[in-house]
Design a protein around this ligand. Sequence first.
Ligand code: PLP
Length: 392
Amino acid sequence: SARAAARFHAVEESATYAVFDMVARMRARGTEVVDLGGGEPDFDTAGHVVDEAMGALRDGFTHYTPSRGLPALLRAISAKLAADNGVTVAAATDIVVTPSAKHALFAALVTVLDPGDELLVPTPSWVSYSEMARLIGARPVQVALDGADGFRITAELLERHVSGRTKALLVNSPNNPTGRSLTAGEAAVIARFAQEHDILLISDEIYEKILYGGRRHLSLAAQPGCAERTITVNGFSKGYAMTGWRLGYAAGPTDLMAQLVKVQQHTVGCTASFVQRGGIAALTGSQEPVEWMTAQYTARRDLLVRGLNSLPGVSCSPPDGAFYAFADIRGTGFADSATFARWLLRETAVAVMPGSAFGPGGEGFVRLSFATSPEVLRSALERMARALADRG
Ligand code: PLP
């Protein structure tokens, strides 16, 4: 529309919402869609978290809270960052509780990027980072990682894309869509790069609780020299199965958070009061539901990856974390991942995300979510096996 601001010319609609809407339309017409396109846990939020929020509502805890968040939640987040992540932040000054990690990311980008500034985004990546940068008039610089190299972040790739306008690097580990998690070597490379070029780091750690094979999560803010230049973003959607609650946070250096809180004050004001009470229960209560869900994801991951590798022309390495399989479909003979995904949806009513939607480096792959039941995964695999066989 010519009436919208000029910066929208470059902003794409969310590709994940496009698949989401398409699935909804097919279901409305009566088609039984097997949806592996989305990115949300199928589990219900733990009972003790729900009870706390409902109690808060009943007690009339329905008013504004401080813009940064409830002091008890800020303290719980500070304690969690120290214990789980080796990150030291003061509850009173270094954390802002936001309605979703998505809003925390947006607030962080508004805080650090001026129009024209460059944001390094290793890709394939979650679809919103680059569009958020564009929405605020900054320039995303996509750093295409190499699938043949396991989508590893290397010094050479970062050096090739850095410029005098580079303000920040956005890192997501465990990664959506690749399922990769940072190794100690990669974290050291990123820390050295950020220091040498004096750039800020934004670390999206929303999938930290969902890691497989005994892997340990590495927080960038805990790397040497990084505490002073890293905004850590996290939330409750994935690990605690709380997508609809909209609850996340940003944590980082005091001076940056003093600015970030202004974004919050002048946009949403604060995060929903009773939702924050649920967040306190999630962090301070039993972590057993989190461990149980991760065990379920582990079994589903193994089921899906094994099935994918038995399909003709498809190969898939097991993800380190998050709940996505990123499968290489180049052997199937389709022109590209979008053509493959469209064919699959039309022929089998199985919805997956084309890798090209996640930016450079994603072509040739499709993302399949296993945040869904084993029965659904088995059905998807059967439908895919039949359709690929029929195709000859
Ligand atoms: N970051 C990544 C990598 C995600 O995949 C998602 C959700 O899809 C988010 C952030 C946003 O999470 P939230 O529900 O807290 O906005």
